[in-house]
Design a protein around this ligand. Structure first.
Ligand SMILES: N[C@@H](CCOP(=O)(O)O)C(=O)O
Length: 462
């Protein structure tokens, strides 16, 4: 299995190389040269398997010869051993035809743990073998950063620097990033919003002198391995509701488009998915684009669902590449236009996107009302992001196709918003019960590429 860049001008890589590289050297994102197909009989055979075994069968074709089967099985086992639920990604029913996929039972209480815990193990195995070091730099609107710091803390061959928008993540998210005591992890509070943080990370990848000097690696969903790990729970949840004998639809609260793109890959692999529905908060660029074709960022508005406060949605590039028939030149041109202010998706590509995706936008008031109503009607306490998913899903329910909404984070990550909406205080789980008493370690940085690069060079262990 080989990996190609969405912009067509970067070296073609193996799985392991693409995983360790992050962003392609032409600025694009890596994708498999072709999408492996999973026949119906193999999908049906996933029913009732432990999550780890399903993960192995689904991901194996993408890995090539990077790891032996036994190595890969051990890596998967270690990745999910710390999850608090035996099913890893349980499905609960909210209403007739509407189900919730709980993705918040990992160590940092968000769906990011599914990929990040796996990538942590994959990086460790690969770097131990090669003896190389890497410097991971990531951008977060809250959840990716905490998951990355948890997955890589204390690993000898890795330094981790996470840029987050100062004052724009929840207190729990911030503390998850700032309280781990290991020297190899660094929480950097940057002036600006998430898009600024993500832009600086991409600038660092495009500064080849810096990139090569520090051995830069990325664990945002620019990294294909992140997307791959998230494909698994689309299969396990759909199979638990009767796939491949019947179709399902998914609604996905989305900011950077990585999670829903994983659903698109599952569909392309042969999972019978009817609709993939993008749920956005008031930062609704994806909804606007899928509705009208224009992709024009117009500023990030802080919300009670901060993880989705994004206007430059990194993985949309992968979806555009596919919608334009894998035309790398067309994709590169759109990304150039984005730098200059925005672009309009061609009619043909828009129709291709709409073959798989629908979308909806949810206001702050609707988010709060959904948290309260869902609590009253079902006893399920939703985080604001999951509530956005539930609200949009409810507008797309159909009698014959079950809907699965992704619950992307635990309500305890956003206690203030959840309590205001529902009157319920979501307690932190036991392993994090003393989070508010732990000492914090944060470095404030300006939105200044040179200064951030200097800080990183000064801090990395060589
Ligand atoms: N919502 C994310 C933003 C980064 O997304 P990623 O999936 O590309 O890592 C967050 O919580 O940090």
């Amino acid at each position: 299995m080989k990996y190609i860049s969405t912009r067509g001008k970067a070296p073609i890589l193996t799985f392991e190389e693409a995983m360790l590289t992050g962003l392609a050297r032409d600025g694009g994102l890596y994708l498999p040269e072709s999408i492996p197909q999973m026949p119906s009989a193999e999908i049906a055979a996933l029913a009732g398997l432990p999550y780890e075994e399903a993960a192995f069968r689904i991901m194996r074709p993408y890995i090539g010869d990077a790891f032996t089967d036994t190595e890969f099985q051990d890596i998967i086992a270690r990745a999910y051993a710390g999850f608090a639920h035996a099913a890893r990604a349980p499905v609960v029913q909210l209403a007739p035809g509407h189900h919730l996929l709980e993705l918040f039972h990992g160590p940092t209480l968000a769906f990011k743990d599914f990929a990040m815990q796996l990538i942590g193990q994959l990086f460790e195995a690969s770097l131990k073998r090669s003896g190389n070091r890497v410097c991971i730099v990531g951008a977060t609107s809250g959840d990716t950063g905490s998951a990355a710091i948890d997955a890589f803390r204390g690993l000898e061959m890795v330094d981790v620097f996470i840029l987050y928008p100062n004052g724009r993540v929840s207190e729990v998210q911030r503390r998850q990033m700032s309280t781990p005591a290991e020297d190899n992890v660094h929480a950097l509070a940057m002036t600006g919003h998430f898009d600024d943080c993500q832009a600086r990370v991409k600038d660092m990848f495009n500064d080849f002198a810096f990139r090569d000097e520090v051995g830069l690696a990325g664990v945002n969903s620019i990294n294909w391995a992140r997307v791959l790990a998230q494909v698994v729970y689309y299969f396990t949840s759909a199979v638990s509701l009767g796939a491949p004998q019947r179709e399902v639809s998914f609604t996905v609260p989305t900011g950077n488009f990585g999670d829903i793109f994983a659903g698109y890959i599952a569909k392309r692999m042969g999972l019978p998915i009817d609709r993939l529905i993008v749920a956005t908060n008031q930062n609704d660029i994806l909804h606007r684009c899928l509705s009208g074709g224009d992709y024009i960022p117009d500023g990030v508005i802080p919300s009670i669902s901060p993880s989705m406060d994004i206007q430059v949605s990194s993985n949309f590039e992968r979806a555009l590449f596919e919608a334009y028939g894998r035309d790398a030149n067309a994709t590169a041109q759109l990304m150039d236009e984005l730098k200059a202010g925005g672009f309009t998706v061609s009619q043909g590509a828009l129709e291709a996107l709409r073959e798989s995706f629908d979308s909806g936008r949810v206001s702050e008031e609707e988010t709060r009302a959904t948290i309260q109503r869902t609590w009253n009607e079902t006893g399920e306490l939703l985080c604001p992001h999951s509530a956005i998913g539930v609200h949009v899903a409810e507008q797309h329910l159909t009698p014959d196709v079950p809907m699965i909404t992704l619950a992307t984070a635990h309500p305890a990550k956003f206690p203030a918003a959840v309590e205001e909406a529902s009157g319920q205080h979501p307690p932190l789980p036991l392993h994090m019960a003393d989070l508010y008493e732990r000492a914090e370690r944060i470095t404030e940085v300006d939105n200044d590429l040179g200064a951030i690069e200097t800080l990183i060079k000064d801090r990395i262990a060589r």
